[in-house]
Design a binder for this molecule. Sequence first.
Ligand code: 9D3
Length: 242
Amino acid sequence: MRFHVLTLFPAMFESPFAEGVVGRARDKGLVSIHAMDIRTFAHDRHRTVDDYQFGGGPGMLMKPDPLFEAVESVRQPGAKDIPVILMSPQGRVLTQRVVEELAELDEIALICGRYEGVDERVRQRLATDEISVGDYVLGGGELAAMVVIEAVSRLVPGALGSFESAQDDSFTTGLLQHPQYTRPAEFRGWRAPDVLMSGNHAEIERWRRRESLRRTYERRPDLLESAPLTEEDRAFLAELGE
Ligand code: 9D3
């Protein structure tokens, strides 16, 4: 998976991806991240990338020409067009389903906006997708693009070790993670649940499933609507609701 990032702050993409899952995937040659400075594609003396908005109003917009040229510099002559994702608060909200969809691609360009936004022609004529990472205000698209890169990279085959398989991720089972404990069995007088030390794997699985259901019911009941549930799960949830 190749990520091309168009940003005014390319250095932001260095240390976050030097380590961890993405760092290892890069070392293995499974993922590459190419951060390009949009300012390289400004041609005037002051390397201008922003301008006032027609019609007036506060704040500046990103000019279209440096962004178009930056994307065009990524496209290989004759190759098919690369998907271009505009990171924007007006985009479709990133979920694991969207991440899975993006993980099917072998190359994507991510446009990170700054200022008040981008010229509408970038959205209409350059971007093929527009993604938000949630309903809160960031200072620009960079951290949002990093979220996309991290979430997508871990789904690239071979990126995860066998102990961190993407298969039992909470958003794959559709439920929140059950409580987890490690040694010591008693810490400051707080004991880990005995069932986890019982060696009875069927009992442990049952306990974990129920705790996942309990936690999801308490914290994210919306997830229960789309989670695949057994009859036994439903009976347990009915008990919780009483
Ligand atoms: C306070 C300014 N807002 C006035 C309506 C508009 C606005 C412009 C630019 C709000 C945020 C930004 C910068 N944000 C992003 O570029 C961004 C973002 C976000 O803020 N939240 C969630 N996902 C994303 S993806 C890109």
